[in-house]
Design a protein around this ligand. Structure first.
Ligand SMILES: Cc1cc2nc3c(=O)[nH]c(=O)nc-3n(C[C@H](O)[C@H](O)[C@H](O)COP(=O)(O)OP(=O)(O)OC[C@H]3O[C@@H](n4cnc5c(N)ncnc54)[C@H](O)[C@@H]3O)c2cc1C
Length: 455
C-alpha cells in the first residue's frame, strides 16, 4: 500500500481546488483525490438540449474573489469566460405583484420605489443603534438596524444565495465581517464609510461581473480535473489516525496518507468525523429544482439577470434567471432561456409535485409578471440531488468544533460545501486555506471579511 503525502476526499469544486493549489504550490507532494461518483465536479453540471444550455447547480459566480481568479488564470481560462457585469444588467425584485428594478448604486435608492420615504429614513437609524447583542438571525438583525421595511430586500438576497430562510440563518455565521464592522464602529454604515476611505479593496466601489463559460459551468470543473490523480467510484466510509499519518477505509480498500483534506459537503463529512467528537446532527439543507424554459423571444424579457421574489409576495417561483440575456448562446437564435427556481428552505413540499404540475405553476407565475408568449417551446425540469447547507443556529459551534478538531489532529484539514460559506468563491477561498493549513501545520485565523451582498 503506497503512502501518499496527501489524500483529498471528494472531487467536487472544493477537492479540485485543493488539488489545484497543492499541485501549483507544492508540486513535490504526491496527491490522490478519491471520489464517490463516476465523475469529478460534484454538483456543478451543465445540460445541453435542443440548442439550450442550462445548469443543474450553480449558474455562475462573481469575478471578485482572488482565489477563483487565480484558478482561472492558472488554467488559462480567462479568455473563455463569459462576463455579465452587474452595472450593465438590472436585477429585479418582485414587489406587490410586479417587477421593480433594484438600484445599481446606493444613491439610486433615494429615488427607488422599493422603499417608502419612511423606510428610507429608517435606514439611517443604523447610525444611532447600539450593536445588537447575542446571535440574531439575519432577519432579526436587519430589522433592528435598518427597520422592517428593508426585510423584503434582505429576504430576496438570502433567497438568491442560500434559497434559505432569513429567519433561521445566523447573521454571525453568514456575515461575520458585517457583524465585526457593527461591533467595531457601532454602526454598519459608519464602518463601511471608514473602510471605503483608506481603501485598497475596491470591491465595494466597482461592481463585479457574473461569470460563466460558453460550454456551461461544467467547463470549469472539467478543466480543473485535468492531470490530477483522481480515483472515481471510490467511497470513503472510515477515517482514523494511523501512526504519524492517516488511514482511510474505502470501497477500494485501505489507503494511507500523511495528510487528509476532507473536502466534502458538511453532511457527508460529519458521519466520517463522528469518531473524533461529540455527536453532531445533520445540518439543515435547502433543496431546489430548476425549471428551464425556452420561449420565442418577443422582447418581453428585459436585459437583466432576472428577479427574486421575497416570501411575503407568496409566489410559487422563488426567482427566475434571464439566462440567455446574461449569457448569449444559451438559447437558439430568436429564443430566450429562463431558469426558474422552486422549493428552497421554506417550501420543500413543492418538490413533491410531479414535473408537469411544477411546470404548469411556474409558467402561470412567470406569465403573471412577464408578457411571455403562450407556451414554452422547451421545458426541462432539473432536480439536483444535493441540498444547499444552511448556516443556521448551531453553525458557529460547528466551526469552533472544526477548529479544535484540526488543532488536535495535525494533518487533517476540512473544507467543502457549507463550512465557510456556500458559494463557489467561498469554496476556492476555503480550499486555499485548507491547503495552507497543511503547509503551515495549522489553520491561520483570518479576520472575517465584509462580503458585499449582490442580489
Ligand atoms: C442547486 C445549487 C445551486 C447553486 N448555485 C450556485 C450559484 O449560482 N453560484 C455559486 O457560487 N454557488 C452555487 N451553488 C454552490 C456551489 O455549487 C458549491 O459551493 C460547490 O459546488 C460545492 O463544491 P464541493 O466540492 O464543496 O461539494 P460537491 O460539489 O457536493 O462535491 C463533493 C464531492 O464529494 C463526493 N463525495 C461525497 N461523499 C463522499 C465520500 N464518502 N467519499 C468520496 N467522495 C464523496 C461527492 O460525490 C461529490 O463529488 C449551488 C449549489 C447547488 C446545490
Amino acid at each position: 500500500m503506497e503512502k501518499k503525502d496527501v489524500i483529498i476526499i471528494g472531487a467536487g469544486l472544493s477537492g479540485l481546488a485543493c488539488a489545484h493549489f497543492l499541485r501549483r504550490d507544492r508540486p513535490e507532494l504526491s496527491v490522490l483525490v478519491v471520489e464517490k461518483s463516476d465523475h469529478a465536479g460534484g454538483v456543478i453540471r451543465s445540460h445541453a438540449e435542443q440548442g439550450y444550455l442550462c445548469e443543474w447547480g450553480p449558474h455562475g459566480f462573481l469575478d471578485n474573489k482572488e482565489e477563483s481568479r487565480e484558478i482561472l488564470a492558472d488554467l488559462h481560462l480567462m479568455d473563455e469566460v463569459q462576463r455579465a457585469p452587474l452595472q450593465d444588467f438590472h436585477r429585479y425584485l418582485c414587489r406587490h405583484g410586479r417587477l421593480i428594478a433594484l438600484p445599481q448604486k446606493p444613491q439610486e435608492l433615494v429615488t427607488s420605489k422599493l422603499l417608502s420615504t419612511w423606510d428610507k429614513l429608517r435606514l439611517l437609524g443604523d447610525l444611532w443603534r447600539k450593536p445588537l447583542a447575542g446571535h440574531p438571525t439575519i432577519g432579526q438583525w436587519a430589522a433592528y438596524r435598518f427597520g422592517k421595511g428593508v426585510l423584503p430586500l434582505i429576504d430576496a438576497a438570502v433567497t438568491g444565495t442560500f434559497s434559505g430562510d432569513f429567519n433561521r440563518l445566523s447573521m454571525d455565521a453568514v456575515m461575520p465581517g458585517v457583524r465585526r464592522l457593527e461591533m467595531e464602529h457601532g454602526s454598519l454604515l459608519k464602518g463601511l464609510k471608514k473602510k471605503a476611505k483608506g481603501k485598497k479593496d475596491k470591491t465595494l466601489v466597482f461592481l463585479p461581473a457574473m461569470i460563466n463559460f460558453g460550454q456551461g459551468l461544467e467547463r470549469l470543473v472539467q478543466s480543473m480535473a485535468v492531470g490530477h490523480d483522481i480515483e472515481t467510484e471510490c467511497v470513503v466510509h472510515g477515517l482514523e489516525k494511523s501512526g504519524d499519518g492517516w488511514q482511510l477505509a474505502t470501497s477500494s480498500g485501505t489507503m494511507i496518507a500523511n495528510h487528509i483534506i476532507c473536502a466534502l459537503p458538511m453532511n457527508s463529512a460529519l458521519p466520517l468525523l463522528a469518531p473524533f467528537g461529540p455527536p453532531v446532527q445533520k445540518v439543515p439543507e435547502s433543496y431546489i429544482c430548476n425549471v428551464s424554459l425556452g420561449f420565442a423571444d418577443n422582447g418581453a424579457i428585459p436585459k437583466g439577470f432576472g428577479y427574486l421574489a421575497p416570501e411575503c409576495e407568496n409566489r410559487f417561483v422563488m426567482g427566475c434567471m434571464f439566462t440567455s440575456r446574461m449569457f448569449p448562446g444559451r438559447a437558439p437564435q430568436g429564443k430566450v432561456l429562463l431558469e426558474a427556481l422552486v422549493g428552497g428552505r421554506r417550501h420543500p413540499e413543492r418538490l413533491e409535485l410531479a414535473d408537469a404540475e411544477i411546470v404548469r405553476r411556474v409558467v402561470a407565475d412567470l406569465k403573471d409578471l412577464l408578457d411571455l408568449p403562450a407556451e414554452p417551446e422547451f421545458v426541462k425540469v432539473l432536480r439536483p440531488k444535493s441540498g444547499i447547507p444552511q448556516m443556521e443556529e448551531d453553525h458557529l459551534d460547528l466551526l469552533a468544533w472544526r477548529a479544535k478538531l484540526e488543532q488536535r489532529n495535525p494533518g487533517l484539514s476540512l473544507c467543502g460545501f457549507g463550512w465557510d460559506g456556500i458559494g463557489i468563491n467561498d469554496m476556492t477561498q476555503s480550499a486555499k486555506s485548507a491547503v495552507a493549513a497543511i503547509n503551515q501545520a495549522g489553520r491561520v485565523e483570518q479576520r472575517p471579511e465584509v462580503k458585499p451582498v449582490y442580489f
